[in-house]
Design a protein around this ligand. Structure first.
Ligand code: AMP
Length: 282
């Protein structure tokens, strides 16, 4: 595996590869890698001649200083894991490689994606996500970009970003399913920060989301009733709930008669640790 720390040497190498017709798959991450990340990389390896993973804990997407300070960093283990799946390239930049002195922050027009759900509860978060992904996509120029459905709204934001960058025809978005622990908890780097007791409670999110799905499949029409019952169940399990919402899976707006697919999305905290998850309903 080639490891690049400098943005210009990474982009020089990758543009040479691209000129030679090599297809490039890209998996951006913030490290503390787990099987969820590795599943994206494994798929990228099967679909591209060259797979690039980046690890960068992007400060501009954290709206909570403590969350940033405590974000797990496990670089040595990450490198071991990347080697174990035969990842081709790792980009491991310093902050100055992503945000050089002459970096001019842009504002991205994300429409109402920015004012709902994660956007509402984490002001500025998606602007930060767009800043880092914009910079990374300019450097990597991938054919395919691999994202996890666990970050459902983020996938929509990045889809919008790719459009805003005028790269809709160049980059194929590949949204991959959420990998879960045996008890259903969605794998997440932040799970490393849960105490043993919180870790046990954390599986409750999946139980509650599945309950929503079951009620839905039983043809339940009272969406608000289902939502508030599920919120209450999470609270009883010790979560502080930011939101638990059933939405149109394509727009994230409240479902209408024309809605095809619905998704239930939630963000809820155990102590300081904020977890997100979602499930498609039909
Ligand atoms: P992160 O390091 O949390 O920024 O995640 C990097 C990428 O991995 C994002 O596209 C995430 O959606 C994806 N990802 C995170 N957790 C999972 C998971 N449990 N299953 C599949 N993909 C995931």
């Amino acid at each position: 595996m080639l490891v690049f720390k400098k943005a210009d040497s990474l982009s020089r190498y990758l543009s040479q590869q691209k000129k030679q017709g090599v297809s490039i798959g890209f998996v951006p991450t913030m490290g503390a890698l787990h099987q969820g990340h590795l599943s994206l990389i494994k798929t990228a390896l099967t679909e591209n001649a060259l797979t690039v993973c980046s690890i960068f804990v992007n400060p501009t997407q954290f709206n909570n200083a403590s969350d940033f300070q405590h974000y797990p960093v496990t670089t040595e283990q990450d490198i071991e894991k990347l080697l174990s799946v035969n990842c081709n390239v790792l980009f491991l930049p310093d902050k100055s490689e992503i945000y050089p002195a002459d970096y001019a922050a842009k504002h991205y027009d994300l429409g109402n994606l920015e004012t709902m759900l994660e956007g509402l509860h984490r002001p500025g978060h998606f602007q930060g996500v767009c800043q880092v992904v914009d910079r990374l996509l300019q450097l990597v120029q991938p054919h395919r970009l691999y994202l996890g459905a666990k970050d459902y709204q983020q996938c929509m934001v990045i889809g919008k970003l790719v459009e805003l960058m005028g790269k809709g025809d160049e980059i194929t978005l590949r949204i991959m399913p959420t990998l879960r622990e045996e008890d259903g908890l969605a794998m997440s780097s932040r799970n490393l920060r849960l105490t043993a007791e919180q870790r046990q409670s954390a599986a409750g999110i999946y139980v509650v989301l599945n309950g929503v799905r079951q009620l839905f499949e039983a043809n339940h029409n009272n969406l608000q009733g289902v939502e508030s019952m599920a919120r209450q169940q999470l609270e009883e399990k010790g979560f502080k709930v930011d939101y638990l919402t059933i939405a149109d899976a394509q727009t994230l707006q409240p479902p209408t008669a024309r809605t095809h697919k619905r998704v239930v999305l939630t963000a809820a905290s155990l102590g300081e640790i904020r977890l997100i998850d979602n499930l498609l309903l039909n």
